[in-house]
Ligand binder design. Structure first.
Ligand code: CA
Length: 408
């Protein structure tokens, strides 16, 4: 008898590492597509899939399964941020996650990013998940067509992912009947970037088991150039309990240990949160339209990381402080220039504008009016006034005092 599910992952023909991860179990199936420059992507998807595999169990209700999925995805999001705290070179890492749990005659689906879940029902293919991409928002807004999206220069830009990108990502959840005889596909964009929906449908609808179908899907992706990692999980819906299995593929299947979180960094939340509202879930097919600061570049995905945004915020605050300081200094300087005093210029008495002081080597006063009154000729009291630079509120008081000294 052919197995009821099959998971496969291939690095593709262009990339040097596989940043995808996948899992096919008895009740739980998931695909994750990592992003991040320096070895971050495979870490992110690997951690996500390994941590999600604990959900491969029998849930007593759809509500329980949905809550567990969202809670675990939220925990993984936090864990990925902590991993970056301990391993700064991984800044910006993130991953998509598209997974589903079988609960009796239902599938509970949770999704974030642009990996996809398809359902083949009576020969009809439907996409169960909505891509959280920039181009999908343009399509939804009627600004570009599906065909134009395929070649759009920013087609890889993700609006939502788990990772060091968003402190509080929004996760889509939905539930769909699990009808025996139907076939499901979970896949990363390495497949759908090469094959269109009609090609995916034809391959899925073929009269063959999941093992053969998953192999054909990957082969077709490679034949189409294999520009990206390709991960597929084909699931045939049968009786309530699937077959006992526990298959990891991609980065999650490697022996490598993923970077650890420094002790004391889990459980608590040492990093400030940019938002405090709980993770919100929404039903399909309603992709978020709220603007996110996540941006990416071709061809590697990337995001403006939490770290980067924190640095940006710190930079803006520093700038504001500098501006305020500059304003304060300018205000103080302006005030000094409303003051006058009698002082010594050379060997003569002069009226100075400002105050008898310097700031950072800069004199805060200048000679306003010279006189021919020699300091040496002044009586002791007046000489002391000049030497002590007695201050006046306005220039006429200072000039009056000078005239008194010169006997005018
Ligand atoms: Ca990909």
């Amino acid at each position: 008898m052919s197995p009821l599910a099959s998971a496969r992952s291939d690095v593709g023909r262009v990339r040097t590492s596989n940043q995808d991860s996948g899992y096919a179990g008895q009740f739980f199936f998931v695909v994750a597509d990592g992003m991040g420059g320096h070895a971050g992507g495979d870490v992110a998807s690997g951690i996500a899939v390994r941590d999600l595999a604990i959900l491969d169990r029998r849930f007593s209700s759809v509500a329980e399964a949905r809550a567990a999925l969202v809670a675990q995805l939220k925990a993984i999001n936090e864990k990925l941020s902590h991993v970056v705290d301990s391993n700064p070179e991984l800044a910006g890492l993130g991953t998509t996650v598209s997974g589903m749990v079988r609960v009796g005659d239902r599938f509970v689906v949770a999704h974030i990013g642009d990996s996809r879940i398809y359902r083949l029902s009576n020969g009809e293919l439907s996409q169960v998940t909505a891509d959280h991409t920039f181009v999908q928002q343009l399509i939804d807004a009627g600004r570009i067509t599906e065909a134009e999206a395929k070649d759009h220069p920013r087609r890889s830009v993700l609006m939502r992912v788990l990772g060091d990108v968003d402190d509080d990502p929004s996760i889509d959840t939905t539930e769909v009947p699990a009808i025996p005889g139907e076939r499901w596909l979970l896949c990363s964009d390495g497949l759908t970037g090469v094959l269109n929906d009609a090609e995916v449908r034809d391959l899925l609808a073929a009269d063959a088991g999941p093992e053969a179908i998953s192999a054909r899907l990957v082969d077709r992706g490679l034949a189409g150039g294999g520009p990206d990692n390709i991960t597929v999980i084909v699931v045939d819906v049968a009786g309530e309990d699937g077959e006992a299995r526990s298959d990891f593929v991609g980065s999650a299947a490697t022996k490598r240990k993923f970077p650890a979180v420094r002790s004391g960094e889990t459980g608590s939340s040492p990093r400030p949160k940019t938002r405090t509202v709980p993770v919100s879930t929404s039903e399909f097919p309603l992709p978020t339209t709220s603007p996110k600061s996540r941006v990416g570049t071709e061809p590697e995905r990337s995001g403006l990381s939490v770290r980067a945004r924190r640095r940006l915020r710190a930079g803006i605050i520093s700038l504001l402080v500098l501006v305020l300081l500059a304003a304060a200094v300018f205000g103080a300087y302006s005030w000094t220039q409303t003051r006058f005093y009698l002082g010594v210029s050379g060997s003569h008495v002069a009226v100075f504008q400002g105050i008898p002081a310097t700031l950072g080597g800069l004199a805060l006063s200048r000679v306003y009016l010279d006189s021919d009154v020699r300091v040496a000729s002044l009586p002791a009291y007046e000489k002391s006034q000049v030497i002590q630079s007695v201050s006046f509120d306005n220039v006429s008081d200072a000039v009056d005092a000078l005239n008194r000294m010169s006997g005018e």
